[in-house]
Design a protein around this ligand. Sequence first.
Ligand code: TZP
Length: 222
Amino acid sequence: MMSNEQGAVAINFSLYLITDRKLLTPHSSLLTAVEDTLKGGVKAVQLREKDLNTRELLELAYKMRELTKKYHAKLFINDRVDIALAVDADGVHIGQKSIPAHAVKKIVQDKLIIGVSTHSLEEALEAERDGADFITLGPIYETPSKLKYGKPIGVDTLKRVKSKLSMPVFGIGGIKLDKVREVKETGADGIALISAILASKDIRKTTEDFLRLLNQNEGQTY
Ligand code: TZP
C-alpha cells in the first residue's frame, strides 16, 4: 500500500461512491451501474450491501474487485474485514457499531486502508486516535432515509471537524450537485454519496458532473 512520508495512507480520491442496489431500477444491475460510475471517473467504491449473506457478499465482492481493478479504482468493503482481505480489496469501511479501527489495525496491519463513518466531532477524534486513515462525517444534509442516519449536522460542523483533524474528511448525506460548492468551501477533502449518482437517470453523466464540480479551480486531488 502507498504511504506518504508521515506513514499515512495516500487518499487520492475526492468522490467516494457507496453502493445500494435497492436504489437501482429493476432493469439495471449493480455491476453495470458501478461500471458506469467508473467510466465517469470514480476512483473509490465502497461495497455496502448489508442484506446479503456472507456467500452472496463474497461473490459480489470478487466481481467488484475485478471491475474496480480494470478502472484503476480503489475498492472498500463495508464492515467486513474478512471479506476485504479475502478479495484483496484496498480497504474496509467501518461504522460506530463495527469492530473498531484499532482492532482492525491489529488484524490487518498495513494491508487495508481503514475508513470510519462518524457523526460528530467526538466520533471523528476517536476514529483518528484509533488509527483510521480517513472518515466520512454526516449526514450533512437531509437524506431520504434520514431517520436511519440521524439529524443533519450541517456544513458548519463539517468545517469545524475538518479544522481539528489531520486526516482526510469526506462529507456525506444528502449531497447533490447543487451542494458540492458549499461542501468544498468547508475545506473537506471530498464527498461520499449514494443516491445522487446511483438513483440518477444517466449515471455516467452525473458522475462526470460531480467530478467536474469537485475539480473546479483546484490544483488538488478533487
Ligand atoms: N451515512 C450517513 S448519511 C448516509 C450514510 C451511509 C447515506 C448517504 O446517502 P445519500 O443518498 O448520498 O444521502
